[in-house]
Design a protein around this ligand. Structure first.
Ligand code: SF4
Length: 349
């Protein structure tokens, strides 16, 4: 796809050069017509390929009852430059297998492709710190983009965001002071990188917890005027009990958080990309989990499908805060709101 875009740019430049060197008069409208036609064909082709791939996933899972993962949460490293209070992963950076090698990453990507996975989201630790020999995160993202429909990354935002992923989430857990308290004084750096980034699809990811619940509208107010932010997604803190602070919401707080997010969504101040349907069901976790929609990868190369918590913590569905799984589960139940949310997040650009 990218090739066609580049080809249209190159053709445009070549026609201009030809005109300049040979003095042949090529009407400007003709050059522009070719340029825009190729770009339009590219977009139509991309839309068709996306639709075909998602349609074939839908047919295989819904009609043939194949339990294929839709999305992989790919932890490429536990290493991180921050020490966030609610995160259990940077505490594991000294373990053997805390960082994946390039070769391992290629093998795991191939396994995910064979499983039929369509979307890969890199995370960590801090995935943008990842390197192995001459390879860095951009190489990994480029490679993944040749294999999957969409490739994203979730980052703490403290490193340049100009990486070749289709989508990019910056984790912000509150307005400046609250975020700094829990996420190692990183708010200003993250916001600066968002402002200066050329990445075309930046979202904010907010993990709601007991301490930042009141900051949801405050942060939305701060971010509403940021042109580089396409929207915000929310999930709810899950207690792993592995050394991180226990910031899990009590039932009444969880309901309050969902009501606040729904109000923000209705206000249109900052696009909230979770569907209302999945948010409402997160209050008491009254959704049917199709955990097989998720594949999980750890930095030691292990890969499994199913709940994110397997091998990582006790599975207590009553406390589940993983909105992406709720959204995917509802979408597989053909819920229109969840289907639209998926389209809006992954296929809007
Ligand atoms: S904890 Fe959440 S994702 Fe895991 S099985 Fe339970 S409901 Fe599904």
């Amino acid at each position: 796809m990218m090739c066609l875009f580049i080809a249209s740019e190159k053709l445009h430049q070549s026609l201009k050069a030809l005109q300049y060197h040979t003095r042949i008069c090529i009407p400007e409208f003709f050059v522009s017509w070719i340029y825009y036609t190729i770009q339009a064909i590219t977009r139509i082709r991309e839309t068709m390929l996306n639709s075909t791939s998602i349609l074939s996933y839908g047919l295989q899972t819904l009609l043939l009852r194949r339990q294929m993962p839709l999305l992989a949460s790919f932890k490429v490293t536990y290493h991180c430059n921050l020490r966030c209070t609610g995160c259990p992963y940077h505490r594991r950076a000294r373990e053997p297998g805390a960082k994946m090698s390039w070769q391992q990453a290629l093998e795991v990507l191939s396994r995910l492709e064979r499983l039929g996975c369509r979307i890969v989201i890199f995370e960590g630790g801090e995935p943008l710190l990842w390197t192995d020999g001459n390879h860095d995160f951009s190489d990994l993202a480029e490679k993944a983009r040749t294999m999957f429909l969409k490739v994203g990354v979730t980052t703490n935002g403290t490193i340049s965001l100009d990486v070749p992923t289709d989508l990019l989430w910056v984790s912000l857990d509150g307005a400046r002071d609250q975020h700094n308290r829990s996420r190692d004084i990183s708010f200003d750096r993250a916001l600066q990188h968002i402002k200066s980034s050329t990445h075309r699809c930046i979202y904010i990811h907010y993990t709601v917890n007991r301490e930042n619940i009141d900051d949801i509208p405050v942060l939305a107010g701060v971010l509403a005027s940021e042109a580089n932010i396409r929207g915000i997604t929310f999930q709810f803190f899950y207690p792993y009990n592995q050394g991180e602070l226990d910031l899990a919401l009590r039932p009444a707080e969880r309901e309050q958080a969902v009501r606040t997010i729904l109000k923000l969504k209705r206000s249109g101040k900052l696009p909230v990309l979770n569907s209302s349907a999945s948010l409402k069901r997160m209050i008491k976790n009254t959704w049917r989990c199709r955990s097989w929609t998720l594949a999980n990868v750890d930095p030691d190369g292990s890969l499994w499908t199913g709940c994110y918590l397997q091998q990582r913590g006790e599975i207590r569905c009553r406390h589940c805060g993983f909105t992406p799984v709720a959204e995917a589960s509802l979408a597989l139940g053909l819920h229109p709101g969840a289907l639209l949310a998926g389209r809006r997040i992954f296929f809007a650009n």
